[in-house]
Design a protein around this ligand. Structure first.
Ligand code: GLU
Length: 418
């Protein structure tokens, strides 16, 4: 774990690596590396015991050249201005990698929601939505879930916005519950794109995914669903998973859905029947075919990267590798499939939800699953083509070349004004 790596510097380093292959003005590159604007605000709410409490919150609108700003809202004590800036930039290049018509944004509140009651979280969410109201809208900026937020928070944001605006506008936020205008397939979308990326990568690298051993770090929405789909839809064998309390291991594999039930009942994956305990670090250095980091940024630093035994890494989390870790893994021929492709299923099905909201016409789950598969496999093919054409050292640089070129083209086509 390398808490000191600034995620915003990581984003900028990733962009510099790809920009070296593209002819562009330094001034334009500076634009592409920095957010357009950031809201920083303090939300004061009344706690259940009558006290007033104030929480710092941010929304970064990184780049809107390809469409409205789009990205989640995170509730976590580790949220910072630098983190939100980085996450908003990753959204720009994620939407561009999979070619959906969005810019990128991200928000966060510095809070540990496990210490708040449901009604305190509701007041905090509505306070943030009130601050965001002038900035968001289905054609401006569209929030979504991220770490520690989900359908409940999105429904509250939608309701606050619609109440204040005296309108109905379900497309102002995505990741809503089904009865509040959500989409079939949205909850599992991030895990599904992780599974699809792993499947395509193994095929491209001439490796068998059936029976491949898998370790997953992080067992929230992305990690748990990626583990389940890898086991049910590709026949990979999940042998280790972890959460913030620790990890579990069984070399013969286990049923990821049953482990999720166990976590639901006990609060952690730890202690699941027939498994032995292991630390997060042991999990990240386990000798497996596929490693899926699905927790937070900076999970693997250069030191840990030297000890990674996996052959392929598919990033379900945003920014789980530091740039130094990336260099080490590239030198060691470990194939890394970047976050801006592998976890793009979330924002892609958010896009489908927004299309459905605007048309007031719902899709079946089969349609969502099929369209998502098309978007991810097309993006994967584009990525491997760029990997070969530009002869770049790794898949991340290939993805950023594609994404940067799309944003640069949109910017050029719009012209510079005034
Ligand atoms: N928070 C997710 C991400 O990092 C989803 C964003 C969205 O659906 O807009 O990609």
């Amino acid at each position: 774990m390398s808490a000191e790596t600034d995620p915003f510097e990581s984003l900028q380093a990733q962009l510099d690596d790809a920009a070296a292959y593209i002819d562009l003005d330094d001034g334009l590159l500076r634009r592409l590396k920095n957010p357009e604007r950031i809201l920083e605000t303090n939300l004061t709410i009344r706690m259940d015991d009558g006290r007033l409490e104030t929480f710092r919150a941010y929304r970064s609108q990184f780049n809107g050249d390809r469409g409205p700003y789009k990205g989640g809202i995170r509730y976590h004590p580790g949220v910072s201005r630098a983190e939100v800036k980085a996450l908003s930039g990753w959204m720009v290049y994620k939407a561009a990698t999979v070619d959906i018509p969005y810019g990128g944004g991200k928000g966060g509140i510095v809070v540990d929601p496990s210490e708040l009651s449901a009604s305190e979280i509701e007041r905090l969410t509505r306070a943030f939505a009130t601050e965001l109201r002038p900035l968001i809208g289905e054609d401006r900026d569209i929030p979504a879930p991220d770490v520690n937020t989900g359908q409940r928070e999105m429904n509250w944001i939608k309701n606050t916005y619609e109440t204040l605006e005296h309108t109905t506008e379900p497309g102002v936020v995505t990741g809503k519950a089904l009865d509040s205008g959500g989409s079939e397939g949205r909850v599992e979308a991030t895990g599904r794109s992780t599974m699809l990326t792993a499947r395509e990568a193994f095929d491209y690298l001439d490796r068998d995914i059936e029976g491949a051993t898998v370790a997953v770090q992080g067992y929230g929405n992305a990690g748990a669903i990626a583990a389940r789909l890898l086991s049910t839809e590709t026949d990979a064998t999940v042998v280790a998973v972890s959460d913030s309390s620790g990890g579990i291991h069984d070399p013969d594999g286990f049923d990821p859905a049953a482990v999720r039930e166990h976590k639901h009942d006990t609060g952690s994956v730890v202690g699941y029947d027939g498994t032995t305990a292991l630390t997060n670090e042991e999990l990240l250095t386990l000798d497996v075919d596929l490693l899926v980091p699905a927790a937070l940024e900076n999970a693997i630093d250069a030191d840990l990267a030297e000890r990674v035994e996996a052959d392929v890494i598919v990033e379900a989390a945003n920014g789980p590798l530091t740039p130094d870790a990336d260099s080490v893994l590239t030198d060691r021929d470990v194939h890394v499939l970047p976050d801006i492709l592998a976890n793009a299923g979330g924002v892609t099905v958010s896009y489908f939800e927004w299309v459905q909201n605007r048309q007031r016409f719902g899709w079946t789950e089969d349609r969502v699953v099929d369209e998502l598969e098309r978007v991810i496999t097309d993006a994967f093919d584009g990525l491997t083509e760029a990997y070969e054409t530009y002869d770049v050292p790794n898949f991340r640089t290939a993805a950023y070349i594609i994404a940067l070129k799309r944003v640069i083209n949109a910017h050029a086509e719009s012209g510079t004004w005034p």
